[in-house]
Structure formats: structure tokens, C-alpha cells
Ligand binder design. Structure first.
Ligand code: 2IT
Length: 445
């Protein structure tokens, strides 16, 4: 079978799933040679098996709003791969959520989790629920209705969900409470829990911290540090918040954040007060960054635009899939950006990635750079199993070590003949090999 024949088959089998096919193409293209040259992989038909989720659950989520009106949303859990551990991955609440997006996320999660070196398989779930303008009571009822169905399919040794876009500490709390009531047991069935009831310290910051540890490692290969670097972030959620903290701590300057309404440019950089305000913006549930410019004079709001036209030293897309397209990539290159690090899942389109890699700049894919979030979820699972909790320093040190190892794995598997490190290829090969070997070992199941 050629790569094209393989993709044609996957495309025919999964019509109307553009995001899923995009993710499959990127991974399989880069692992193709490693696959073909391994007779055991070929004999076990690993490729066709690895792109098929082990199980997909789709369910009705009915709920009542504060006025007594009844609504119905669709809930999903894609249990993608359990070759190296229980299914693990976040729950996303966003109106854009559909099967294609959750399959792409579950597929990516499988390789990301493999890269962390912790025993976690891949999964993802969510709903097309729109939390904008919803009261706390409405959010609680929705989470309870969602869990009233999902609880049958998850468990501390089976499938351990966490947060993603639209699902944070509050939603995890409501999920966990409902799970505990229905299953009648207190277990580590979710991560991202509150710190007084089994949550790991540093988990809220971990994705952003991990991204910046990865950027540090990339810059180090060029003899550079983040000190005095201007950094453009997109998004204003949990990942951007953690990254903003770490960049600021390391002496770099965050100059942009963004939302669906536009972006903020702040030449002065962020301080503790602005970083804290990012949290308030998120909690406000209104999906808008304009308020930032109203609060901080000096910060300029650019309506309806993305931040990639600004001249910066590091660009970090931290919002959502396909948020940075080929024109954005060209704009960044025109300004000579030397480093782009994906913090969201698949934020750069394939055409944008091609621009960066052709220009041979430092470019890291999300599945390597943002793995610190799920890695710390893995550390939360370990602490729950041992019924104890580690200090922030302990967790942070482990997280830092994991990010360094992921960087090393990318360099080991992704260095090309001319010395350029293709982090995309490196991450895909390193993540894939482990899962593929485990699948072979476990037989045709
Ligand atoms: O995309 C991701 O890695 C996450 N949303 C975190 C998943 C997790 O299980 O912590």
C-alpha cells in the first residue's frame, strides 16, 4: 500500500471529518518510513488499526435552563487507544464540538500521552454546549446531566477525563461530584481536581509552564534564552495564562493575547496584575478580550484581527485548532520570527507549518510542546493511587524533567541530514513507535 492509497481509504471511511483527516495525514506521513521498514508493524496492520478509535460513545444531554426551558446537547467520549494505559484526555465544551474534532483530538492525545513516558492511553470527549452567558446553576445542571451518562464508561483504571476548552476546575468539580454519587466511590476518575480533594498542585499552570520549558529547550539549541524576548500569545485561557506567568518569570515580555473578538497589543509586557486579570476574563464567561484594553491603558485592542502581524521573537498559538493559517505564517516570517511553538492542539494549518519548516525556523508541534498538561494529569493519577500529595516544587521538577525528555526525544527522532530538527517528525515518530510496539505485543485486539 502507498501512502496515498492509505489516505484514500481513511478518507472514504471517515467522510466529513476534515480535522480528523488532517491530523491523521500529518502523523502518518511522517511515520510512514518507520512503519514500512518494520515488518512486525506491517504484519499487524498497525496503521489501519491505529486510526480507528477503540470505542466512541455518543449520547443525549438534556438540561433545564434557569427559566425552565429544556435544551438538548450532544455528548461524546472517543476512547481512542488504550495500548499503553487507560484512556486519558480532556473534555471540551464549545459550540464547534463535533465528532471530527473530538476524533482528531483523541488521535493526537494518543501520541502526546505516549511522549510523556507515563502510562496513559488516548481519549477525548466533550459537547457542543455553549457556556457563554450561562449561570453557575445552569453549568452545574449541564455537567451533572453529562456525567449521568458518561459515568458508565469511565473509571480510574479505564478512562480518566480532565479539562479542555470550556472545562476548568468548576466543571471538573461538578463532574466529580456527580460521578461519586452515581458510582458510589471516591476514586481518581478525573484529573484537574481541586487541591483539597485529590487535585495536583501545579496542574492549572502545567500546560503553559510545560510549553515554555519546551521553548527554553528549543532556544537553548541556538544558545539563546527567553530573557528580553517579545512573545506573542493567542488565546486568553488556561494555557495562555500559564505560559504568560512563566515567560514573565523568565524575563521575557508577553505583548499579545487574543479572543474571538480580536487581539490586545501591550508593548509594556504583562505583570502579575495583568496575568491575574486574564483569569478574571476567563471566569467572566463572555469570550472577549476587549475588556483588557479598557482596564489597562497602554494596551491596544485590534478588533477582529489575529496577533500574528506583530513583530516578535516567539509566537505561541494557544487558542484552538487551525487558528494560524498560511497568511499568518507568511506575516510572521516577513517579520523574521525565529521560533513558533504550538500550545493549542493543531493550531497551525498544514500550509502554515510548511512555511515554517521550509524556512527552517524552530517550530514545535502541540503534541510535544503542550504535553505538560496531561503529563501533570498523569502525576495527579500517581498521587491519587498512592493516596498522598506532592509539593509544588516536586511536581514542577517532574514536569520540567518530562518536558526536557520530550525535547530530547524529538531531537533524537527528528534531526534531518542537514542538522535541522524537524520537531513534527520527531514527536510523531517517538510517540508512534511506543504505541505501535505495545499494540503488536498485545495481539490482534
Ligand atoms: O489537550 C490536552 O492535553 C488536555 N486537554 C489535557 C488532558 C488531560 O487529561 O489532562
Amino acid at each position: 500500500m502507498t501512502f496515498k492509497e492509505f489516505m484514500d481509504k481513511v478518507t472514504a471511511k471517515n467522510p466529513n471529518e476534515p480535522e480528523f483527516l488532517q491530523a491523521v495525514k500529518e502523523v502518518i506521513e511522517t511515520v510512514w518510513d518507520a512503519y514500512e521498514s518494520n515488518p512486525r508493524f506491517v504484519k499487524n496492520n498497525i496503521l489501519e488499526r491505529i486510526v480507528e478509535p477503540e470505542r466512541t460513545i455518543i449520547f443525549r444531554v438534556p438540561w433545564m435552563d434557569d427559566k425552565g426551558e429544556v435544551h438538548v446537547n450532544r455528548g461524546y467520549r472517543v476512547q481512542f487507544n488504550s495500548a499503553i494505559g487507560p484512556y486519558k484526555g480532556g473534555i471540551r465544551f464549545h459550540p464547534s464540538v463535533n465528532l471530527s474534532i473530538l476524533k482528531f483530538l483523541g488521535f493526537e492525545q494518543t501520541f502526546k500521552n505516549s511522549l510523556t513516558t507515563l502510562p496513559m492511553g488516548g481519549g477525548k470527549g466533550g459537547s457542543d454546549f455553549d457556556a457563554r452567558g450561562r449561570s453557575d446553576a445552569e453549568i452545574m445542571r449541564f455537567c451533572q446531566s453529562f456525567m449521568a451518562e458518561l459515568y458508565r464508561y469511565i473509571g480510574a483504571n479505564l478512562d480518566v477525563p480532565a479539562g479542555d476548552i470550556g472545562v476548568g476546575a468548576r466543571e471538573i468539580g461538578y463532574f466529580f461530584g456527580m460521578y461519586k454519587k452515581l458510582a458510589n466511590e471516591f476514586t481518581g476518575v478525573m484529573t484537574g481536581k481541586g487541591r483539597t480533594w485529590g487535585g495536583s498542585l501545579i496542574r492549572p499552570e502545567a500546560t503553559g509552564f510545560g510549553v515554555i520549558y519546551f521553548v527554553q529547550e528549543m532556544l537553548k539549541t541556538k544558545g539563546q534564552t527567553l530573557k528580553d524576548k517579545r512573545v506573542a500569545l493567542s488565546g486568553f485561557g488556561n494555557v495562555a495564562w500559564g505560559a504568560a506567568q512563566k515567560v514573565t518569570e523568565l524575563g521575557g515580555k508577553i505583548v499579545t493575547i487574543s479572543g474571538p473578538d480580536g487581539y490586545i497589543y501591550d508593548a509594556a509586557g504583562f505583570d502579575a496584575e495583568k496575568i491575574e486579570y486574564m483569569r478574571e476574563l476567563r471566569a467572566s464567561n463572555n469570550d472577549r478580550v476587549k475588556d483588557f484594553a479598557d482596564k489597562f491603558p497602554g494596551a491596544v485592542f485590534h478588533a477582529g484581527k489575529r496577533p500574528w502581524g506583530e513583530k516578535v521573537d516567539v509566537a505561541i498559538p494557544a487558542a484552538t485548532q487551525n487558528e494560524l493559517d498560511v497568511n499568518d505564517a507568511k506575516a510572521l516570517m516577513a517579520n523574521g520570527v525565529p521560533c513558533v511553538c504550538e500550545a493549542a492542539n493543531m493550531p497551525c494549518t498544514p500550509e502554515a507549518m510548511e512555511v515554517f519548516m521550509k524556512a527552517r525556523i524552530l517550530f514545535a508541534p502541540g503534541k510535544a510542546a503542550n504535553a505538560g498538561g496531561v503529563a501533570t494529569s498523569g502525576l495527579e493519577m500517581t498521587q491519587n493511587s498512592m493516596r498522598l500529595s506532592w509539593s509544588s516544587e516536586e511536581v514542577d521538577e517532574k514536569l520540567h524533567g518530562i518536558m526536557r525528555n520530550i525535547h530530547e526525544a524529538c531531537v533524537a527522532s527528528g534531526t534531518e541530514k542537514d542538522g535541522y530538527v524537524n520537531y513534527v517528525k520527531g514527536a510523531n515518530i517517538a510517540g508512534f513507535l511506543k504505541v505501535a510496539e505495545a499494540m503488536c505485543d498485545q495481539g490482534i485486539v
